[in-house]
Design a protein around this ligand. Structure first.
Ligand SMILES: Nc1ncnc2c1ncn2[C@@H]1O[C@H](COP(=O)(O)OP(=O)(O)OP(=O)(O)O)[C@@H](O)[C@H]1O
Ligand SMILES: [Cu+]
Ligand SMILES: [Mg+2]
Length: 754
C-alpha cells in the first residue's frame, strides 16, 4: 500500500469534495481516499501494483476537476509559489466579476427601489425601471459572472449529482427566466389578471454577493496555509561548502551528505548535520519552539533552518533535501492539514443529502404557494429564496479551515500534530500519564554516590567500579550510561564481559574477570536471594532524596550500592501545575522504585504515582487507567515507550534533538519541554471551540433561513425572506466561518510560558 497526497483544483463546495472522493475511490486498486475541501487536498491510499497516480489523476480529470501530486521536496523548491500564483489569478478573476456585478446590481437596485418600497421617488428616472434595459444589464451578470455556476452544475449533472452551485444556478435562473418571459410576452400575465413584474435585480445581486463571498473566502483560505509557507520560508537558499580546502557557495539543493559546511555568526544553518569544529550558540526556536539558545560544540547535532548566533563553526551534513527535520515537519503539517476531523463527518453526511433535499423543499414550496394560494410572485420569491439560502458551502469550510490554522499554529510552537483526529481527541483528555525518566527528568542520569560494603582499601572500590562499568557498557539503559561515564571520570579501565544478559525492568548480569556480576533493583536481588541488609539505611536515604539506588552484587554477595540522580527539567514543575489547573489528573509512570518515584513526584507536585512498572507492563497500565473510563494521554520518548504511546488515546512523544520519533505518536513535541503539552492541550481546546462556533455559523443560516425563506412566517406576520437577503446571508456565512477560523492565528498559550 502506498500513500500519496494530491493537490486539487476546481472545487466549488463540499459536495465537490465528495464527488472527487467518489471518483478516486472508484479507481480499481484504490483502498481509501479522503478529500479535504478547505486544504484542497486528497490523501489517497492505493496499491501501486494495481494502479498509479496517473490513473488517479485521470479519474479526477474525468470528474471535471484537476489534481497534481504534492511532495515536500517540490515544496522546498518553490512549488508553493505556483500555488500562490494560481490563487491570485483566481482572486483577480473573481474581482473583475464582482466589480462588474456590483456596478450593474447597484443600477438595478436603484431602478427597482420605487417598486420594492412602494414609495414614490421622483428623483429616480422611470426609464431605469424599463424591463428591456434591465434585461440588457442583467444578461452579462447572469451568464458571464455566473458562468462558473452553470459549468459546475453541468459537471455535477454528468455525475448525476447536485452541488451548491446547482442551487445557485437554479435559483438565479428561475428569477432570470421568469423575468425574461414577462419581458417578452407580458400579455400572457395581463390576460390572467397578473402584473408582468420582473426580478432581474434578484438574480444579479445574488450572483454578485455569492461571488463576493467566494472572493473573501479565497483570500482568507490563502492565509490559513500561511504557517506552511512560513516554515518553507525558513529554508536557507545557499550553503557555503569547504571543498578541496576552498570555500564555495552552492544552492541548497546541491548539498550532499558528508559535505562540510561553514557557518558564520548570524547565518542560517542550511541543512541538518553534526558539528566538526568550532563552538557557538544556536537559536532553534523556529523549529523546536524553545526560546533559549542552545550551545553547540563538536559532536553536537545542528538542525537546518535554525540560526547561528555567536561563533563560527563547520559541520558535516547528515541529512539533506526531503530528509531534513524541516522537510519532515512541512510534510507532516501538510498531511495533518489535509486530514479529516471526526467532527467533520457529521457535516459531510449532512452535505451529502442536503442539496437534493433543498431542491425538493424548493419545489414543494413553489407548488404550495402557486397551487393553493395562487400567487405566482410569492411562489417564485419563496422558491428562489429557499434555493439560495440553503447552500451548504459554509458547512464544508467549518472544520477544515480551523484544523489548518490549528495545526499550523502547533508547528509554530514546536508541536507536531499528526492529524485532525488527534487534535480533536486532545481536548477530551482527562488523565495525562507522564513517564519519569527523560520526560519529567532530563534523562541524563549521573552517579552521585558509590558505596561499598567492604570499604575502599586495597583498590576494592576501583575494582568494583571496573566490574560495574564493564558490565554496563553492554547495556543501552540510561542508567548504564551513567555508570560508564562515572568510571571514565575516575579513569578506570574497562574489561571484557561474557554471557551478558539484560533483564528488562530489573537489571543486568554477566561474567567479568571470571566473576558473576549482577546490577539491579532491590526486588531482583530478593528474587536472586541475595541479602541486602548491609547498606539498607543508605539505600533508603538515597531513595528518599529522589535518587535511583542500584545494587551491585559479585558472585551472589552484595558488594556495593550506587546512587544515581537524574535532574528534573527546569520547567516540569510549572508545566505539571498548569496541567492540573486545566483540570487534568497527572500520573507518573515509572519502572523505578516507589520511594524514588514518590520523592520526585512530591517535588513536581504529582499525587498519583505508578512505580515499579516493568517496561512490558506500561501499555497494560495505560489500559487499566482507560478502563476507569478516562481519555488518557501518555507522554514518553517515542522509542522505549512506543507500545504505551500507541495504547493511549493520545500518544505524545517527546523529541530528543533532531530525532523526531513521529511514527509512534499522535503528537510530537520537538523540544523536551513539558510546557509544550500545556500549549498542545490549550491549542486543541481552542481549535475545537473554534470548530463548534464555525458549525454554528454554518448551520444557523441554513436551519433558520430555509423555513423563513419558504414563507412559513408569511401567513402570520407577513414576513418573507427576500432572495437578496438570502444571498447576502449565504455569502456572509462562508465569510464569517473563515474569518472566525483565522482568529485562531492569534492563539497564545496561557499561563504556560512566562
Ligand atoms: N542496565 C541497568 N543497570 C542498572 N539498573 C538497571 C538497568 N536496567 C534496569 N535497571 C533497574 O531496573 C529499574 C527499572 O528499569 P526500567 O527501565 O523499567 O525503568 P527506568 O528506566 O528506571 O524508569 P522509567 O520507567 O521512568 O523510564 C531501574 O530503575 C533500575 O533500578
Ligand atoms: Cu453556498
Ligand atoms: Mg526507561
Amino acid at each position: 500500500m502506498e500513500n500519496a497526497t494530491l493537490k486539487l483544483r476546481g472545487m466549488g463546495c463540499a459536495a465537490c469534495a465528495k464527488s472527487i472522493e467518489d471518483a478516486i475511490r472508484s479507481v480499481p486498486g484504490v483502498n481509501e481516499c479522503i478529500v479535504n475541501f478547505g486544504a484542497e487536498q486528497a490523501t489517497v491510499d492505493y496499491n501501486p501494483k494495481k494502479t498509479d497516480l496517473q490513473a488517479i489523476q485521470d479519474a479526477v480529470d474525468a470528474a471535471g476537476y484537476a489534481a497534481y501530486p504534492l511532495q515536500a521536496q517540490n515544496l522546498l523548491a518553490g512549488e508553493d509559489d505556483e500555488e500562490k500564483r494560481h490563487r491570485q489569478q483566481e482572486s483577480r478573476e473573481l474581482q473583475r466579476k464582482v466589480t462588474l456585478g456590483g456596478v450593474i446590481s447597484t443600477v438595478l437596485l436603484i431602478g427597482s427601489l420605487p417598486m420594492m418600497t412602494g414609495l414614490n421617488l421622483p428623483f429616480i428616472p422611470t426609464w431605469l425601471h424599463n424591463p428591456w434595459l434591465q434585461l440588457i444589464l442583467t444578461t452579462p451578470v447572469q451568464f458571464w459572472c455566473g458562468y462558473s455556476f452553470y459549468v459546475n452544475t453541468w459537471k455535477a449533472l454528468k455525475r448525476h449529482a447536485a452541488t451548491m452551485d446547482t442551487l445557485i444556478a437554479l435559483g438565479t435562473s428561475a428569477a432570470y427566466f421568469y423575468s425574461l418571459f414577462a419581458t417578452l410576452v407580458p400579455g400572457f400575465f395581463i390576460a390572467q389578471g397578473l402584473m408582468p413584474d420582473v426580478y432581474y435585480e434578484t438574480a444579479a445581486i445574488v450572483i454578485t454577493l455569492i461571488l463576493l463571498g467566494r472572493l473573501f473566502e479565497n483570500r482568507a483560505k490563502g492565509q490559513t496555509s500561511a504557517a506552511i509557507r512560513q516554515l518553507i520560508g525558513l529554508q536557507a537558499k545557499t550553503a557555503r561548502l569547504i571543498r578541496n580546502g576552498k570555500e564555495i557557495d552552492v544552492p541548497i539543493e546541491q548539498v550532499a551528505i558528508g559535505d562540510v559546511v561553514l557557518v558564520r555568526p548570524g547565518e542560517k544553518i542550511p541543512v541538518d548535520g553534526e558539528v566538526v569544529t568550532g563552538t557557538s550558540t544556536v537559536d532553534e526556536a523556529m523549529v523546536t519552539g524553545e526560546s533559549v539558545a542552545v550551545k553547540k560544540q563538536p559532536g553536537d547535532e545542528v538542525i537546518g533552518a535554525t540560526i547561528n548566533k555567536t561563533g563560527s563553526f563547520q559541520f558535516r551534513a547528515t541529512r539533506v533535501g526531503k530528509d531534513t527535520v524541516l522537510a519532515q515537519i512541512v510534510q507532516l503539517v501538510q498531511q495533518a492539514q489535509g486530514s479529516k476531523a471526526p467532527i467533520q463527518r457529521l457535516a459531510d453526511q449532512v452535505t451529502g443529502w442536503f442539496v437534493p433535499a433543498v431542491i425538493a423543499i424548493a419545489l414543494f414550496t413553489f407548488i404550495i404557494w402557486y397551487n393553493i394560494m395562487g400567487n405566482i410572485t410569492l411562489a417564485l420569491m419563496t422558491t428562489v429564496g429557499v434555493l439560495i439560502i440553503a447552500c451548504p458551502c459554509a458547512l464544508g469550510l467549518a472544520t477544515p479551515t480551523s484544523v489548518m490554522v490549528g495545526t499550523g499554529k502547533g508547528a509554530e510552537n514546536g508541536i507536531l500534530i499528526k492529524g485532525a483526529e488527534s487534535l480533536e481527541l486532545a481536548h477530551q483528555i482527562k488523565t495525562i500519564v507522564l513517564d519519569k525518566t527523560g520526560t519529567i527528568t532530563q534523562g541524563k542520569p549521573t552517579v552521585t554516590d558509590f558505596l561499598t560494603v567492604n570499604g575502599t582499601a586495597n583498590g576494592n572500590e576501583i575494582q568494583l567500579i571496573q566490574l560495574a562499568a564493564s558490565l554496563e557498557r553492554n547495556s543501552e539503559h540510561p542508567l548504564a550510561e551513567a555508570v560508564v561515564r562515572y568510571a571514565q571520570s575516575q579513569e578506570v579501565m574497562l574489561t571484557e564481559v561474557r554471557d551478558f544478559e539484560a533483564i528488562s525492568g530489573s537489571g543486568v548480569q554477566g561474567i567479568v574477570s571470571h566473576k558473576l556480576v549482577q546490577i539491579g533493583t532491590q526486588r531482583w536481588m530478593e528474587e536472586l536471594q541475595i541479602h541486602t541488609q548491609a547498606l539498607q539505611p543508605d539505600k533508603e536515604r538515597l531513595e528518599y532524596l529522589g535518587k535511583t539506588a542500584v545494587w551491585l552484587a559479585v558472585d551472589g554477595e552484595i558488594q556495593g550500592l550506587m546512587g544515581i540522580a537524574d535532574a528534573i527539567k527546569p520547567t516540569s514543575t510549572q508545566a505539571i501545575k498548569a496541567l492540573q489547573k486545566l483540570g487534568l489528573e497527572v500520573v507518573m509512570l515509572t519502572g523505578d522504585n516507589r520511594r524514588t518515584a514518590e520523592s520526585i513526584a512530591r517535588e513536581v507536585g504529582i499525587k498519583r504515582v505508578l512505580a515499579e512498572v516493568r517496561p512490558d507492563q506500561k501499555a497494560a497500565t495505560v489500559q487499566a487507567i482507560q478502563a476507569e473510563g478516562k481519555i488518557v494521554a501518555m507522554v514518553g520518548d517515542g522509542i522505549n515507550d512506543a507500545p504505551a504511546l500507541a495504547q493511549a488515546d493520545v500518544g505524545i512523544a517527546i523529541g530528543t534533538g533532531t530525532d523526531i520519533a513521529i511514527a509512534a505518536s499522535d503528537i510530537t513535541l520537538i523540544s523536551g519541554d513539558l510546557l509544550s503539552i500545556v500549549t498542545a492541550i490549550q491549542l486543541s481546546r481552542a481549535t475545537i471551540r473554534n470548530i463548534r462556533q464555525n458549525l454554528f455559523f454554518a448551520f444557523i443560516y441554513n436551519v433558520a433561513g430555509i423555513p423563513i425563506a419558504a414563507g412559513i412566517l408569511f401567513p402570520f406576520f407577513g414576513w418573507l425572506l427576500n432572495p437578496i437577503i438570502a444571498g447576502a446571508a449565504m455569502a456572509f456565512s462562508s465569510v464569517s466561518v473563515v474569518t472566525n477560523a483565522l482568529r485562531l492565528r492569534n492563539f497564545q498559550a496561557k499561563g504556560a510560558r512566562g
